[in-house]
Write a protein that binds this ligand. Structure first.
Ligand SMILES: Nc1ncnc2c1ncn2[C@@H]1O[C@H](COP(=O)(O)OP(=O)(O)OP(=O)(O)O)[C@@H](O)[C@H]1O
Length: 268
C-alpha cells in the first residue's frame, strides 16, 4: 500500500483495490456493482487506453479520477493525494465537444486559461500556438455552430490540452467522427501529446486506435469490471497512425486484444 505522505514520484495516478457500486433509483433494487477490485497506476507522461465491453466501468474509472463520483471501497489517488471532491487539476474530454456556443472558437480555447487566471497576452499566445497546430488558424472568430464536427472536436481537444493539466482523461473523444477524420485527429492528438506529455487515460472501443496511441492497454472484463490483462505497446514513437497496421507486432497485439474482448462480450 502507498503511503499518502510519500507518494512515489513516478506515479501520476493510482487506483488501489477500487470497488464502485451504484444504487439504482427505486425500491427493492440491488446495488449494481460496476467495478470490482480495480488497481493500476500510471507513470507521468504515460498514455494508457482502457478497453472492454460496453458497461464494464471504463467511464466510471475516469469519473472517479475526475472526482465526479467516489469509490465505494478502495482509494483513488492523483499524485499521491486521495481524490475526494471534483478534481479540477485534471483535464476531461468527453464525446461531446462541450464548447460554449456563445464564445468564438479562439475564446473557447482560451476559456480554461481564463479560469486559471493566465494573463491575457499569454492566453492569446498559447491559444494561437495550439490553434495553428491543429490547422484551425483562420477560424478563430467562428462560433461553434459555424464549425464542422471535426473542427469542433479539435477545438475541444486543444482547449483541454492548452489548460496544461498533467493528467488528461479522454472518454471516446473521437466516437462520433467519420473514419478519415478520426485517424487525422489521432495523428494530431499524438503530436499535441508529444509537446508536453501529460499522462493520458483514454477510453475507446477501437482496438486499432488503442494500439496506435498507447504505451499500455488495459482490458476489462464484463461487468462488474475487473482488470483482465495489461499489454505494453512497445511500438516505437513517433508513430505513424496512418500505417500502424504495417508495423511488426501490430497484428499479434490486435489478435490478443480482440480475443480478450470477444471472450468478455460472449460472457455478457
Ligand atoms: N450514475 C450512475 N448511476 C447508476 N448506474 C451507473 C451510473 N454510472 C454508471 N452506471 C452503471 O455502471 C456500469 C458501468 O458504466 P460505465 O459508463 O462506466 O461503463 P462503460 O464501460 O464506460 O460503458 P460504455 O463502453 O458503454 O460507455 C453500467 O452498468 C452503468 O449503467
Amino acid at each position: 500500500m502507498v503511503d499518502p505522505a510519500n507518494p512515489p514520484l513516478d506515479e501520476a495516478i493510482r487506483l488501489e483495490a477500487v470497488y464502485k457500486a451504484f444504487v439504482p433509483r427505486g425500491r427493492s433494487t440491488q446495488p449494481l456493482l460496476a467495478l470490482e477490485d480495480v488497481s493500476f497506476a500510471a507513470r507521468p507522461g504515460e498514455f494508457i487506453s482502457l478497453v472492454g465491453p460496453s458497461g464494464c466501468g471504463k467511464s466510471t474509472v475516469l469519473n472517479l479520477l475526475a472526482g465526479l463520483t467516489q469509490p465505494s471501497a478502495g482509494r483513488v489517488m492523483h499524485h499521491g493525494r486521495a481524490v475526494t471532491g471534483v478534481n479540477t487539476e485534471v483535464g476531461y474530454i468527453t464525446q461531446d465537444d462541450n464548447l460554449l456556443p456563445w464564445r468564438s472558437m479562439a475564446r473557447n480555447v482560451e476559456y480554461g486559461l481564463e479560469l486559471r487566471r493566465v494573463p491575457k497576452d499569454e492566453r492569446r499566445r498559447r491559444a494561437r500556438e495550439f490553434i495553428e497546430l491543429v490547422g484551425l488558424a483562420g477560424f478563430e472568430n467562428h462560433y461553434p455552430h459555424e464549425l464542422s464536427g471535426g473542427m469542433r472536436k479539435r477545438a475541444g481537444i486543444v482547449r483541454t490540452l492548452a489548460y496544461d493539466s498533467d493528467v488528461v482523461l479522454m472518454d471516446e473523444p473521437f466516437g462520433p467522427l467519420d473514419a478519415q477524420t478520426r485517424v487525422i485527429l489521432q495523428d494530431e492528438l499524438l503530436k499535441l501529446w508529444e509537446l508536453r506529455r501529460p499522462t493520458v487515460l483514454f477510453v475507446t472501443h477501437d482496438l486499432v486506435e488503442a494500439i496506435a496511441l498507447s504505451d499500455r492497454i488495459i482490458t476489462f472484463t464484463c461487468r462488474p469490471g475487473r482488470i483482465k490483462r495489461e499489454y505494453e505497446v512497445s511500438l516505437p514513437r513517433p508513430r505513424d497512425v496512418f500505417h500502424i497496421h504495417d508495423v511488426p507486432r501490430f497484428r499479434e497485439l490486435y489478435d490478443l486484444l480482440w480475443d480478450d474482448i470477444r471472450m468478455e462480450i460472449a460472457a455478457t
